[in-house]
Design a protein around this ligand. Structure first.
Ligand code: WTA
Length: 637
């Protein structure tokens, strides 16, 4: 069996050649890659760009449908090949194998369900579903008819869903009644019903019944997935789309309370995800690939669904969690499905590494060929555990740096192409032009000596987000003003003597907890909602499992109110308003916060204290209240 469109370079030399070509003539390079896909009309121009506006257009004038690339074009030769393997939460339930042919049929039929419920090209559809095949079907069905999906992670709170639906102006919501994650039941429909009280744009809710727990249906608004499918015909021609039409909106945290609805467009995203999937993971035609992310995050969009399916691979979807029924579940799934490529996050690796090695040893992991990491810098300890115990020192670890905004992997180790190196994402993919910037906004020249700076990208790449939904000004401000004419990533990085990149983490106010990006502002707002709280500040501190956990400094109206009981109340409040992931691990009551004259909290000091350092706070002369630093440090938890 052949990979339908082989885009792989297979050696270090071929990578270097591809990279060189992509720098010298980006249009010719990406044009040649794009030729390998199915288009209804060829593009007029490969690239037009202006980072000042900012405006980026790839493959303008090109007409296509991404689902024809992910499904139809594989049918003739590989229709019977498994597209999706589904592993249910409960290992006693049946694993499903869905062929390309069957997936195609389910997608086209569900596309008709969307149509028969009034969804048209350009309409936004919110999807709030567990990791079941219907989630994949729903998103691809949207793409089939040119509707824009806005997926919300099925763990988010009522408020978070409502905000995202309203921001994107969604007409329809697709959900399930609920599902088990481990032993815990999540009442998805109940959560949706609450959110729907605040979302006037939603006209129809499609509910997939998954298991037999009770739930409510609202007449006229709610419809059963199966009833609707039974009414729908199976053929649905793909809507012919422009390359630059939006494919989806995915919300990510920002430094103010409103999430940013990143907009990805069809042509460039398809090409970027497929190209990187093939070249980072280097999959062979009969390989079985598993990315453990949730489809609610960009990693799931790009590397469970669009990249692998467009490449004609077999991709596994897992509904459950790594600890259920025990900590051997991941390894059981690897053994059972003969997984060759396993892609996960450092937070999962760290949590599994704290468990007995017997969970690993009980399973035959010899099918594994390539391991991957994404979501945050992987610490050396976790890297070695992964390498030794899972990869048996025989599988390259691809450390993949990228972002919701970049759509596809940007800097990464490539399996079999270059040498993995703990903590280093190593090399830019072809077409990616990273630069390090100093604090004065000047480009740092790399001359072979180690350099450190802020990571920016100076040339467009096909899979980059084009805008923030309904807020282009914000897109410009967040990504294109810090460094003139460049995309600013918000991450710090260095390049070592060998030319390898190491990403050191966020330089702004986003904290990554267990692989989830949390912005500080909404968590602080939630704490401040407690009637006894006057002000608060959140910082991250190193945590063995979560990578970072939250440390809250809280000022009370009345000092006398400080108590363990109140800490509990605050934690519960945050959990209710922002979801359990945002719950602070530590709360310290303080009388004041270190503030600059422009009333900005000096978070670097709070971060130091949270990390257990109580001296050497550097220059505190810009503070209006330097004396408070010692007081906070003396009472640190
Ligand atoms: C961080 C996830 C170091 C980084 C695809 C980035 C990483 C943010 C890595 C984006 C990595 C992701 N090494 N840091 N391999 N991968 N990050 O939008 O800070 O959820 O800016 O996208 O995660 O997170 P997001």
């Amino acid at each position: 069996m052949q990979i339908p469109n082989d885009l792989r370079f297979r050696t270090r030399e071929a990578y270097s050649e591809a990279y060189k070509k992509s720098m010298e003539n980006p249009e010719e390079f990406w044009g040649a890659v794009a030729e390998k896909f199915k288009w209804h009309k060829k593009w007029d121009r490969v690239l037009e760009w202006d980072f000042e506006k900012p405006e980026v257009k790839w493959f303008q004038g090109g007409k296509l449908n991404i689902t024809e690339n992910c499904l139809d074009r594989h049918l003739e030769q590989h229709g019977e090949k498994t597209a999706i393997i589904w592993e249910p939460n409960n290992p006693k339930d049946q694993t499903l194998h869905i062929s390309y042919k069957e997936l195609h049929q389910r997608v086209t039929q569900f596309a008709n369900v969307l149509k028969q419920n009034g969804i048209e090209k350009g309409d936004r559809v919110c999807i709030y579903m567990p990791m079941i095949p219907e989630l994949a079907v729903a998103m691809l069905a949207c793409a089939r008819i040119g509707a824009i999906h806005a997926i919300v992670f099925a763990g988010f709170s009522v408020k978070a869903i409502a905000k995202r639906i309203n921001n994107a102006g969604c007409k329809m919501l697709i959900t399930a009644n609920g599902n088990y994650r481990g032993k815990k039941y999540i009442d998805l429909k109940g959560i949706c019903d609450e959110a729907l009280k605040e979302t006037p744009s939603i006209k129809t809710v499609i509910v997939y019944k998954h298991g037999d727990k009770d739930f409510q249906m609202k007449e006229g608004r709610d419809k059963f997935w199966r009833d609707e499918v039974n009414k729908a015909k199976t053929e649905c021609a793909a809507q012919i789309m422009d390359a630059e039409d939006p494919l989806f909106i995915l919300h990510t945290s920002g430094s103010t309370g409103t999430p940013k609805g990143m907009v990805h467009t069809i042509g460039g995203y398809m090409i970027g995800t497929t190209y990187t999937f093939q070249n980072v993971f280097q999959p062979d035609p009969n390989d079985v690939y598993w990315c453990t992310a949730d489809i609610g995050w960009i990693t799931g969009h790009s590397y469970i669904i669009y990249g692998p399916l467009s490449a004609g691979a077999t991709t596994l979807m897992f509904e459950g969690i790594p600890s259920y029924p025990d900590y051997g579940r991941f390894w059981e799934i690897v053994e059972k499905n003969k997984i060759t490529h396993f892609y996960t996050a450092p937070t999962a690796i760290r949590s599994l590494a704290t468990q007995s090695l017997d969970y690993v040893k009980a399973h035959d992991l010899s099918s594994l060929k390539v391991l991957g990491s994404v979501g945050e810098p992987i610490n050396e300890e976790a890297w070695h555990w992964y390498n030794e115990n899972i990869g048996k020192k025989n599988c390259p670890i691809v450390d993949t740096w990228w972002q919701t905004e970049t759509g596809a992997i940007m800097i990464s180790t490539m399996a079999g192409i270059n040498q993995p190196k703990p903590r280093f994402a190593t090399l830019p993919l072809p077409g990616v032009q990273p630069v390090l910037m100093d604090d004065n906004g000047k480009e740092i020249k790399y001359t072979g000596k180690k350099v450190r700076g802020r990571l920016a990208i100076k040339f467009p790449w096909p899979s980059m987000a084009r805008t923030i939904w309904d807020n282009h000004e914000r897109y410009k401000k967040v990504y294109f003003t810090e460094f003139k004419g460049k995309y600013s990533s918000g991450d710090g990085a260095y390049i070592d003597e060998e030319g390898d990149y190491r990403i050191t983490g966020r330089v702004d106010d986003v904290i990554i907890v267990s692989g989830h990006n949390l912005e500080t502002a909404p968590v602080e707002n939630a704490i401040n909602e407690h009637p006894k709280v006057s002000e608060s500040a959140i910082v991250g501190f190193p945590h063995k499992i979560k990578g970072k956990a939250l440390y809250a400094y809280v000022i009370l109206y009345s000092k006398e109110d400080a108590s363990e009981e109140l800490k509990k109340e605050i934690k519960e409040l945050v959990s209710k308003l922002q979801g359990p992931i945002a719950k602070p691990d530590k709360i310290q009551f303080v009388t004041d916060l270190p503030k600059t004259r422009s009333a900005k909290i000096m978070r670097r000091i709070l971060r130091k204290i949270a990390a257990g350092e109580t001296q050497d706070f550097g220059d505190t002369s810009t503070l209006v209240n330097p004396e408070v630093v010692k007081e906070i440090a003396d009472h640190a938890l």
